[in-house]
Write a protein that binds this ligand. Structure first.
Ligand code: SF4
Length: 338
């Protein structure tokens, strides 16, 4: 795995200007993804993980808007150049030709729900062939060969026949494999998987996760893996970022986060996972309270109304910043700041 950042996001803010007020869905997020790394983003619904990735792909829908920050992408070396170009995606027009060529060819998305990602009136093969021809200088015959090879790589049985079927003719597991084939068909260096196993059963989930890991290792692609499921993170990720209310609570290597979590929110999330050692019929611990309404974010640390260790006068008055608590572990909490 390389330590050179492929994607470097700095102080990213994405706000939604609603009639009722401003929703700060992402409010100052900083992270780096290295080549060949599986980077997990975890958090409850509404924590800003999907909006962060939509910002990276520049597909945030109005009234959402990137209000500040940088999204630096190290592009593949172009035509014999000595150095790879680094560009700030925030500065590109979201619908420009350059941004369209980056989406799909350099950064690809595996969405939550493959059914709505394929058109029901065209075969899956035609849609994948069209995507290949959009990003690569190949004719239809060559594009079909690439699509066929991708179907074989992701383990779709009878791939010739499946290419000519419609998405609604495929089972949930095959649809998920077909969307992975489409995402990988242009050899992206960064794959964003947004809860990619939400719509499939647990057996298919295990198969899809193994497939993604194998393909990532074979191609040395980086994956940003978005999920609310810490079990999936433990299985997939090298590095983890925990988000809450649009902010980063903690980030670090997966072993550090699981064996030595620092932030009270991370600790509470980990306590709520069932373990093989859990007492039968004993309720799992839960996090008290609920996520505040986005228009009503608490002042100070966003987690303080639910935090067992909150310090009155400090946590409800000021917002902690992300600081190092180890070689590669960072936490945003006053318990670790003097
Ligand atoms: Fe809890 Fe305070 Fe740390 Fe926030 S800053 S997580 S409220 S102890």
């Amino acid at each position: 795995m390389s330590d050179i950042s492929l994607l470097s996001v700095k102080d990213l803010k994405v706000h939604f200007m609603m009639d009722e007020g401003v929703v700060k869905a992402v409010d100052g997020v900083t992270f780096d993804v290295n080549a060949g790394q599986v980077f997990g983003i975890v958090g409850e619904s509404g924590c800003g993980k999907s909006v962060t990735m939509k910002a990276v792909l520049r597909i945030v829908e109005p009234p959402g808007k990137i209000v500040s920050g940088e999204i630096m992408l190290r592009r593949a070396k172009q035509n014999g150049a000595n150095d790879a170009e680094v560009i700030d995606l925030v500065k590109l027009n979201a619908s420009s030709a350059q941004m369209r060529s980056i989406r799909g060819a350099e950064i690809a998305l595996i969405p939550q729900e493959p059914m709505s990602s394929f058109s029901p009136v065209h075969t899956v093969g035609d849609q994948i062939i069209e995507a290949i021809m959009l990003h690569q200088a190949v004719d239809k015959r060559e594009a079909r060969k690439i699509a066929l090879q991708m179907f074989k790589d992701v383990g779709i049985p009878m791939p010739e026949q499946r290419l000519d079927e419609y998405s609604w003719q495929l089972s949930g597991g095959l649809r998920q494999r077909a969307i992975i084939a489409m995402a990988l068909s242009c050899n992206p260096r960064l794959l964003i998987a947004d809860e990619p196993t939400t719509a499939v059963d647990v057996t298919t989930q295990a198969q899809v996760l193994r497939l993604l890991r194998r393909l990532q290792e074979q191609r040395n692609a980086a994956i940003i893996f978005i999920t609310h499921d810490l079990g999936v993170i433990a299985q997939m990720a090298d590095y983890v970022m925990v988000m809450y209310l649009g902010l980063v609570m903690e980030q670090g290597p997966v072993d550090d986060i699981f064996h030595s979590p620092k932030h009270p929110y991370t600790q509470a999330l980990l306590r709520s996972i069932p373990s093989i050692e859990s007492e039968p019929r004993v309720n799992l611990p839960t996090i008290s309270g609920s996520i505040p309404h986005p228009f009503n974010k608490p002042k100070g640390c966003p987690f303080h109304p639910r935090c067992e260790k909150a310090m009155p006068g400090k946590c409800d008055a000021n917002t902690p910043i992300l600081q190092s608590v180890g070689e590669k572990q960072f936490v945003s909490c006053f318990l670790y700041q003097s």
